[in-house]
Design a protein around this ligand. Structure first.
Ligand code: DUC
Ligand code: ZN
Ligand code: ZN
Length: 472
């Protein structure tokens, strides 16, 4: 199967050019000046299909490097399965995800890795890789870190919050960091001070403060800044590279920026919710509505300027990339477990389908450049997590993961509109985007065209990742 995408504007993180893109089988075969022939052959009459991208952007498929499909968490499971979640991702122009294998205390890491393979295999619409969560860091977990590297898992996530669920103490963190420093893998950190949060939560509930806004008020930015600083110091001590996930507080960004200025291999990820949504407007919505936006780290105060700072840090590269932390729960039967106690609301927001559009609106609004959009949503995730070359770029030899994006199109986000995620609400209901995902190609196959899903369950394959390109 040969496909020619003609007359488009190809946008890579390094620049923009008018070019035709030839996909042969599963890979990009050539990027050519518009109307070029190849060895004297007219391309258009020698391919199976032609996509006219006149007036449109041709970009590398999005990579969401932080998702939790069907994650067991908060007494329930994230409501998107690998099947529904990856199909929704495809609709939104994302052609790869990196999901998290969960290991709770006492479980065996390798067993869990095999279990996650079973959940995903044959079910995904797009390609997928895995990070590994470590909770208690057993001796067998350390050897598993070496073994998993050979299986294409080069990043390990630890939690400084969620005591009794995920939390690793500082000694356990240091042990895992020492192993990462020696085997070249990346430590990912959920950086919030769990003990402080647990105390504030207990005090809030005892005082009768049970509504969703208290989720945010009991997870203050100081708890995020302190844990971010501590993680940076432990990484400094051990020499491990550190990737701080879902950064939401401007003070945490400042810690990351200072460490980077100091020459340390520290990286920051943020998510669209921290750019657009706030403690006051969403978490503080009347009644129980705020439960829709209970996630951790929490939405921050707009009055304190966090959202503005997140956009700024993305532009200045104090923060390197944007994932979603896609972890959806329905209001009915899931979020409503916390109707009388915010601490029982399952933590998570779903937005795997909207990340590309929400960040593109940042281009329209003059907050980031077109090339930076591609960089933070595709190229940097590929480089950060050992996928670059195959993913994250439009060049010969790369996988044929390509999105035709229409800057003159329009996207209305909301239930009954562009929503394909398995959620009974949208965290972005009513958002209007000045752009549209027209065609999504995954390894040479059109999987979404004009909002229609054309793929098949199981099109997506496991991607064994290499080491991060950002480490020397
Ligand atoms: N935060 C969430 O909101 N959900 C899943 C796990 C996490 O760290
Ligand atoms: Zn987390
Ligand atoms: Zn997460």
């Amino acid at each position: 199967m040969k496909t020619l995408i003609k007359n488009g504007t190809v946008v890579n993180s390094t620049g923009t050019a008018s070019a035709d893109v030839l996909i042969d089988g599963e890979a990009i075969a050539a990027v050519l000046a518009p109307g070029s022939t190849l060895l004297g052959f007219d391309l258009e009459s020698n391919v199976d299909s032609v996509i006219d991208a006149t007036g449109k952007y041709v970009i590398p498929g999005g990579i969401d490097a932080h998702t939790h499909m069907e994650m067991p968490f908060g007494g329930t499971f994230a409501s998107d399965t690998f099947e529904t979640g990856t199909r929704a991702a495809a609709h939104g122009g994302t052609t790869s995800i990196v999901d998290f294998v969960v290991q709770y205390a006492g479980e065996n890491v390798i067993d869990q890795f095999q279990l996650w393979h079973e959940k995903a295999r044959g079910n995904c619409a797009i390609d997928y890789g895995f990070h590994q969560i470590l909770s208690d860091v057993q001796d067998s977990s350390l050897t598993a870190m070496d073994e998993l590297l050979k299986e294409g898992v080069s990043s390990f996530k630890l939690f400084m919050a969620y005591k009794g669920v995920f939390l690793s103490d500082d000694g356990q963190i240091v042990k895992a960091m020492q192993r990462a420093a020696s085997n070249g893998s990346m430590i990912m950190m959920h950086a919030e001070n769990g003990s402080v949060i647990d105390l504030l939560v207990k005090q809030a509930i005892a005082a009768g403060n049970t509504s969703p806004i208290y989720h945010g008020l009991t997870r203050p930015w100081q708890a995020e800044e302190e844990a971010t600083h501590r993680a940076i110091m432990l990484a400094n001590l051990t020499g491990a590279p550190l990737y701080v996930v879902h950064v939401s507080a401007k003070q945490a960004v400042q810690q990351i920026a200072a460490a980077r200025d100091n020459g340390q291999n520290v990286f920051g990820e943020t998510c669209p919710q921290y750019h657009y949504l706030s403690l006051e407007e969403q978490l503080g919505a009347p009644g129980f509505e705020g439960a829709k936006w209970v996630c951790s780290t929490p939405l921050r105060s707009r009055e304190e300027g966090h959202q503005h700072h997140m956009w700024q840090s993305l532009r200045t590269n104090d923060i390197q990339m944007v994932s979603t932390d896609h972890c959806p729960f329905c209001m009915k039967g899931q979020k409503d477990m916390g109707l009388n106690d915010f601490s029982k609301i399952p933590n998570g927001i779903g937005s795997v389908e909207h990340r590309m559009d929400l960040l593109y609106q940042g281009v329209v609004d003059g907050r980031i450049s077109l090339e930076r959009w591609v960089e933070v949503t595709s190229t940097t995730p590929a480089r950060m997590f050992g996928m670059y070359g195959k993913k994250g770029v439009i060049q010969p030899g790369a996988d044929g993961d390509v999105v035709v994006y229409d800057p003159n199109g329009h996207t209305s986000i909301g239930l009954g509109k562009t929503h394909h995620m398995n959620m009974d609400y949208s965290a972005y209901e009513g958002f209007e985007i000045d752009g549209h995902v027209d065609t999504v190609i995954s390894r040479g196959k059109v999987v979404v065209d004009d909002n229609k899903y054309l793929g098949t369950k199981g099109d997506g394959k496991y991607f064994a990742r290499g080491l991060s390109q950002y480490l020397i």
